[in-house]
Design a protein around this ligand. Structure first.
Ligand code: BDP
Length: 721
C-alpha cells in the first residue's frame, strides 16, 4: 500500500514537472529563443539551429566588460544556447563564425572597416557580417556599451525571426532620447487601470528582496530599447519621497541600471507641505524651493543616475501651482531648477481639465498650455496625451502637437487598455500608435506628430507609455496584450516603424515563424483595434463607458457631479441628432488645429467618418457619403464591430493546429468574452440611442436582446483596475 502510494505521488510529481516544463504560459514574453513545439515548425527550428550554430559559434567580448556589456553577453549566451542547443565559447581572439562585440575603443581595427558608426550615435548599433583578421565573423559594433546591449538584443531578434545571419547589414539608432514606461502603480501594490494583477514592485519586501522579476522586466525592456521607467502612479503620494521609500527605489534602480534603464518618480506637488517641511507648496516660496532642492540632493545621493520627476498637477483634484495662483511654468521650472545640477529632467503633464472651467474639455489643455510656449526651462518636457480627451479607442491627435514650437513636447500613450476592453479584449494598439505618430499637424505641412516629438538635435525627446504590466504569470493579463508593450517599445525607438511590421516581428518571436501563420495572426491583430472602435464608439463617438471603472457601456449616464464625467456630455444625442459640435457653430475646438485641418474638420462634408461625431452634431437623418443616414451608419458600424469579432474568433480557431494548446485555449476563451461583450456594447448603445432618436432599426438588422432599461440595470461593481 505504502509503495503504491509512493509510486502514485512520484507519478503525480513527474506529471506536474512535465506540465510546467512544457507549459506555454507566456511568461517568457518575446524572449523565448525557441519556437513552440509544434510539428509544422520542425523545419524552421532546424534552420535556426543550423544558422545560429554556424554564425554564433563563439562570442568575442571586450576585455574588462562593464556590467552592461556583461548582461548583453549573458543574454547572447542564453539565446544562442537555447536556439542552437550548444553554449557558445567566450574567446578573446576572433574565430570563424564568431559574434564579435566591439567598440572602437575595445577593438581599434573597427575603424578600418568603414562601418557606419557615426549613424549609430551614442545608443545605436551596427550589425554586420565582416572579415576580421582573416576570419568570417558577425560584428555587433557600437560607439559605447549601450549600443552593444541594444545590438545584442537586435542580433537575437534577427536570429529569432529568421533573418539570414550570414548576410547581416543593419544600422539602427533610437530617434527619441527617452523611451519611457509610466507605471500607475500604488504603494499598496494596486495598479490604477491595471488589469494584470498586483504591481510587480514588491514594496513591502524592498529594499532587501530584489525579485528576479525585476531582472526579467529589465531584459524585456532593454530588448526594445526602453531606457526609462517611472515607478509610481501619477496620482502620487508624497510618502514615495521619504527616506525609507527612496531606499526601495534605489534597490530597484540598481537592478535596472545594467540594462540601461533609468528610474524616475512621480512627484506629488504638495510634498513640501505634506511631509511637514513648509507651510504650503507655493513654487515661489523660498522654503518650498529649498525643500525640493534638498530632496533632489537626497535622491541623487541614493540614486546617482536618477532620471527626474513626472508631475500631474492641477488635474483631477491633484495639487499644483494653481493652488497658489501660480502657473504650470512656475511649478515646472521650480522643480527643474532643483534637478538641473544633477542633470535631471521634469516631465510635466498637459493632461489637465478643471471643474471650474465650463468650456469644452477637449479645449482646456491647449488653452492652458499653448500660451506658455517658450517659457519652460530647457530640462522640462511637457508630456501630452495622444488625444485631447483621454485614451479613447479613437481620438484625433492632440492639438498641442505643433502648437508649441519652442517647448519640448513628449507623447503619452496608454498601453494598458482602460478604454479598449481591459485585458480581456484583443486590441492590438500598433495601428493606434501609428495613426497618431503619422498624423500631419500641418504646422507646417508634413510635420507629423512623430517628427514633432523627435524634435531637433540637442533637445530632449520623449515617448511614454502607461504600461500594462503586473504580477500575472504572463505579465500583461493576456498573451496578446504583450504585443502592445512590444509595439510601444519598438515604436518609441523608431516612431516611423509600421504597426504591421512590428506585429509580424512579435508574432515570429512569440508564436511561429511560418509565413502562413504570421500572415493569419497579423491580419487578426491589425483589424482588432478598429473592431473595438466600431463596437464601442464608432463614427468619432467617445467616452461612452460606464462610470469610474470604464468597463462596459454607459451612454445613458448623465447624473455625475461634473458635466464632463458624463457620457451624455460627449455624445449630446437627442431626438434630433447626435455628436459634439466642435465646429465654429459649437465649441470651435477645431479652431485649435492648423487652418488646413480646421477647415477640413470644421465641415461635416470633409470630415472623415471616423471623426464625424467628434466634431459635429448631425441630424439622425443626414445622409452620409456611404449612402446611409447617420442613424443607419451608426447601427451599421456597431454591427460591423460585432461581425469583426466573430471573424477574429474564426480566424483564431483556424490557427488551432499552429499554436500550442495552452496559449490557444486562453486566447480562444478571451475572444469568447470579447464577442459576448461586443454584443453587449452594440445592443446597449443601439438600444439607448434608439430610445432618444425614436428611429426604427434598419431593415434586416439583428434585433436587440434587451430593453434599454435592462441594460441600464447592469452593474459591474467589481470591475478591476
Ligand atoms: C485617466 C484615468 C485616470 C488617470 C488619468 C490621468 O482614468 O485613472 O489618473 O487618466 O491620466 O485616463 O492622470
Amino acid at each position: 500500500m505504502k509503495t503504491m502510494l509512493k509510486a502514485l505521488i512520484s507519478m503525480l510529481l513527474l506529471a506536474c514537472k512535465a506540465t510546467s516544463a512544457w507549459a506555454e504560459d507566456g511568461h517568457e514574453l518575446w524572449l523565448r529563443y525557441r519556437e513552440a513545439p509544434a510539428q509544422a515548425r520542425a523545419q524552421t527550428r532546424a534552420q535556426t539551429r543550423a544558422q545560429v550554430r554556424t554564425q554564433a559559434r563563439a562570442l568575442v567580448v571586450p576585455a574588462d566588460a562593464s556590467p552592461m556589456v556583461k548582461v548583453a553577453v549573458d543574454e547572447l549566451r542564453r539565446g544562442v544556447t537555447q536556439m542552437s542547443g550548444r553554449e557558445p565559447a567566450v574567446v578573446t581572439v576572433p574565430v570563424d563564425g564568431a559574434l564579435v562585440l566591439a567598440t572602437p575603443a575595445s577593438l581599434p581595427a573597427l575603424n578600418t572597416l568603414g562601418l557606419p558608426l557615426a549613424a549609430a550615435g551614442a545608443e545605436g548599433y551596427v550589425l554586420r557580417s565582416a572579415t576580421l583578421a582573416g576570419r568570417h565573423v558577425t560584428l555587433i559594433a557600437a560607439n559605447g556599451e549601450r549600443g552593444l546591449l541594444y545590438g545584442s538584443f537586435a542580433w537575437l531578434r534577427a536570429a529569432s525571426i529568421g533573418v539570414d545571419l550570414a548576410q547581416l547589414d543593419q544600422v539602427s539608432a533610437p530617434k527619441l532620447q527617452w523611451r519611457m514606461l509610466n507605471h500607475w502603480d500604488n504603494a499598496d501594490r494596486s495598479v490604477e487601470r491595471g488589469y494584470a494583477g498586483l504591481s510587480i514592485w514588491d514594496w513591502p519586501a524592498l529594499p532587501e528582496v530584489r525579485s528576479t522579476r525585476y531582472v526579467d522586466y529589465a531584459r524585456a525592456n532593454a530588448s526594445l530599447g526602453i531606457n526609462a521607467t517611472v515607478l509610481n502612479n501619477v496620482n502620487a503620494k508624497a510618502q514615495m519621497l521619504t527616506g525609507p521609500w527612496l531606499a526601495k527605489v534605489a534597490a530597484v534602480a540598481e537592478v535596472l541600471r545594467p540594462y540601461g534603464i533609468r528610474v524616475f518618480l512621480s512627484a506629488r506637488f504638495s510634498a513640501p507641505k505634506d511631509l511637514g517641511g513648509c507651510a504650503g507648496a507655493d513654487p515661489l516660496d523660498p522654503c518650498v524651493r529649498a525643500w525640493w532642492k534638498a530632496k533632489a540632493d537626497e535622491i541623487y545621493a541614493r540614486v546617482p543616475d536618477f532620471g527626474g520627476f513626472l508631475v500631474k498637477a492641477n488635474s483631477e483634484g491633484e495639487p499644483g501651482p494653481g493652488d497658489y495662483g501660480r502657473s504650470h511654468v512656475d511649478g515646472a521650472n521650480m522643480l527643474a531648477a532643483a534637478l538641473q545640477p544633477h542633470h535631471g529632467i521634469v516631465i510635466w503633464r498637459a493632461f489637465v481639465y478643471s471643474e471650474t472651467d465650463a468650456s469644452d474639455r477637449a479645449k482646456q489643455a491647449y488653452s492652458e498650455f499653448a500660451p506658455l510656449d517658450g517659457a519652460f526651462a530647457p530640462n522640462v518636457i511637457v508630456q501630452v496625451k495622444n488625444g485631447a480627451i483621454d485614451f479613447q479607442p479613437r481620438e484625433p491627435f492632440h492639438p498641442l502637437f505643433g502648437a508649441m514650437p519652442r517647448t519640448v513636447l513628449g507623447l503619452e500613450v496608454q498601453i494598458t487598455k482602460e478604454y479598449l476592453g481591459f485585458a480581456s479584449h484583443l486590441a492590438y494598439l500598433g495601428p493606434l500608435f501609428e495613426e497618431v505618430l503619422r498624423a500631419d499637424t500641418y504646422r507646417p505641412a508634413g510635420a507629423t506628430v512623430a517628427s514633432i516629438i523627435e524634435g531637433q538635435g540637442g533637445r530632449p525627446s520623449l515617448m511614454a507609455g502607461v504600461v500594462n504590466i503586473g504580477m500575472d504569470r504572463n505579465w500583461t493579463g493576456s498573451e496578446f496584450n504583450q504585443a502592445n508593450w512590444y509595439a510601444f517599445g519598438r515604436m518609441a525607438w523608431d516612431p516611423e516603424l509600421s504597426a504591421d511590421a512590428v506585429a509580424r516581428e512579435w508574432i515570429a518571436q512569440t508564436f511561429s515563424r511560418e509565413p502562413r501563420v504570421i500572415d493569419a495572426i497579423a491580419r487578426l491583430m491589425m483589424g482588432s483595434r478598429e473592431a473595438v472602435v466600431n463596437y464601442m464608439t464608432p463614427l468619432g463617438l467617445h467616452h461612452l463607458m460606464a462610470t469610474g471603472h470604464h468597463y462596459g457601456p454607459g451612454p445613458w449616464v448623465s447624473d455625475l457631479a461634473r458635466p464632463e464625467w458624463n457620457p451624455t456630455y460627449y455624445h449630446k444625442a437627442d431626438a434630433n441628432g447626435i455628436g459634439f459640435p466642435r465646429d465654429a457653430t459649437g465649441s470651435n475646438a477645431v479652431g485649435q488645429y492648423a487652418p488646413e485641418l480646421a477647415r477640413r474638420w470644421g465641415d461635416a462634408r470633409t470630415t472623415p467618418l471616423e471623426l464625424l461625431l467628434w466634431f459635429h452634431h448631425l441630424s439622425w437623418d443626414e445622409r452620409l457619403s456611404t449612402g446611409r443616414t447617420v442613424w443607419e451608419e451608426l447601427v451599421h458600424r456597431y454591427d460591423a464591430g460585432v461581425q469583426s469579432v466573430v471573424e477574429m474568433r474564426q480566424q483564431w480557431e483556424a490557427l488551432r493546429p499552429d499554436v500550442d494548446a495552452q496559449r490557444h485555449a486562453e486566447t480562444a476563451a478571451f475572444l469568447a468574452i470579447q464577442e459576448r461583450e461586443a454584443r453587449w456594447w452594440r445592443d446597449a448603445c443601439i438600444a439607448y440611442f434608439q430610445s432618444v432618436s425614436g428611429r426604427p432599426l434598419p431593415a434586416g438588422v439583428v434585433p436587440l436582446s434587451k430593453t434599454v432599461e435592462q441594460y441600464r440595470a447592469i452593474q459591474s461593481s467589481f470591475a478591476p483596475g
